[in-house]
Design a protein around this ligand. Structure first.
Ligand code: ZN
Length: 417
């Protein structure tokens, strides 16, 4: 979760090593490639009666207890009996930087209010924009810190978070700084919505690209756009993303959430890392995505939360698309920070296997964040980010629906909770 910061604490001159021993299982996505797709997406490597040895913030070794060598020096031991180790979970799509909440809107929707009634009651993205603009940078940092703690408790050791609730220069930049300061991977969602002080999406983009992008590109790693009817159309999204790419940012898109508006062709044309949502994607979109290098990020918690159709995950997987899973944690449409719950939804609602779900929210999510090779696997040389499940079988990750499945989280070789 805290990129690198867990490596800061040292014991004496050398960092201590951590041995997690007597684990029921150690499970990791197979292979070395990223992203995984096709049959490889469902391939995991399981070692029974196993240990994980961490040192210098990295994984030194994984193996069977009977093969554990004698260890010299300062080694902290952690009893893994009755537990399973999996890689630290990677949440590659969150909106964790916001102030206030939308619990009133949630209650009204639960009571059957229409979209128009919610809007009249002051709901929607712009309600969160007002609260976020009023929070100040310290307030935003405290907010992301709080949300980061929730995610860590659910086993998320690396998280992405987007700006997009400021939509003015100061709040967008403060949001990105708050995300970076709390260890998140910052994405500039400058094109989330058109704020009320602008008459048109084009006028707003003139401002955002001219006044915000130059500084945002110094802090963020990627740019994202909400390509949807009523937000930004394909031509506007293309203009925004091309400018962001020229400024050095990786590209992401919110696409096909409610309507197919050209997100997949645009993502492929521009070489985007991912196109996220895909609830409205049809057969042609599935085939195009499967034939490309763009990852489809599936967000079933948002479908569940809004009572909307689930994305066609099984069709995507069977067509050979690279898919990732994420929470979409945000105050309006998915107030859910739990990747274990998302894995449960993947298995019960999306037709994915536990192994496919695990790969989708570890190694494939790490690929979306440009961190494949460091994050998302339990293998020598990878960052020592682990989740210990309170379970005799790693598949409890998805099986224990909404339960307290996460027993312990290790970040950079140190116990984080
Ligand atoms: Zn989103």
């Amino acid at each position: 979760m805290v990129e690198g910061s867990a490596r800061g604490r040292r014991t004496g001159l050398a960092m201590s090593r951590l041995l997690v021993r007597d684990l029921a299982q150690v499970t990791t996505p197979a292979g070395v490639a990223a992203p995984l797709r096709g049959a490889m997406l469902g391939e995991v490597h399981v070692v029974e009666e196993a240990f994980v040895l961490c040192g210098e913030g990295r994984i030194e070794a994984v193996g069977r207890m009977r093969d554990l060598p004698a260890l010299d020096g300062d080694v902290e031991e952690l009893d893994g009996r009755g537990r399973c180790a999996i890689p630290g979970l990677v949440d590659c799509h969150t909106h964790a930087c916001f102030a206030g909440d939308r619990v009133e809107e949630f209650s009204l929707r639960a009571a059957g209010a229409s979209y128009e009634e919610l809007h009249a009651a002051g709901g929607g993205i712009l309600a969160t924009v007002c609260a976020t603009r009023a929070a100040g940078e310290a307030g935003l940092r405290a907010s992301v810190e709080r949300h980061r703690g929730w995610m860590l408790a659910q086993g998320t050791t690396t998280f992405e978070a987007k700006s997009g609730y400021g939509l003015d220069r100061d709040t967008e930049l403060a949001s990105l700084r708050a995300i970076a300061a709390t260890g998140g991977v910052p994405t500039w969602l400058g094109a989330h919505a058109v704020p009320p002080e602008f008459d048109s999406a084009d006028d707003y983009l003139d401002f955002a690209l001219g006044e915000v992008l130059p500084e945002a590109a110094r802090i963020a790693e990627a740019a994202d756009v909400f390509l949807e009817r009523g937000a930004f159309d394909a031509a506007q999204a293309c203009r925004y993303l091309e400018a962001c790419a020229a400024a050095g940012l990786a590209l992401r898109l919110h696409g096909d959430q409610f309507t197919e508006a050209g997100a997949i062709p645009l993502a492929i044309e521009l070489g985007a890392r991912s196109v996220d949502h895909l609830e409205a994607t049809g057969a042609a979109g599935v085939a195009a995505l499967a034939a490309s290098d763009v990852v489809g990020v599936l967000l079933p918690a948002s479908s569940l939360f809004l009572g909307r159709p689930m994305p066609l995950a099984r069709a995507l997987v069977e067509a050979g698309a690279a898919v990732a899973l994420a929470t979409d944690f945000n105050p309006g449409s998915a107030f859910c920070e739990s990747l274990p719950l998302v894995c449960s939804l993947a298995c019960t609602q999306l037709g994915m296997s536990p192994a496919q779900a695990l790969s989708a929210c570890t190694v494939n999510a790490a690929h979306v964040l440009g961190r494949a090779g460091r994050k998302g696997r339990l293998a020598p040389g990878y960052d020592a980010d682990l989740v210990l499940l309170d379970a005799p079988d790693w598949r409890y990750l998805a099986y224990h629906l909404g339960g307290p499945v996460v027993a312990e989280v290790i970040v950079g070789g140190e116990r984080a909770r």
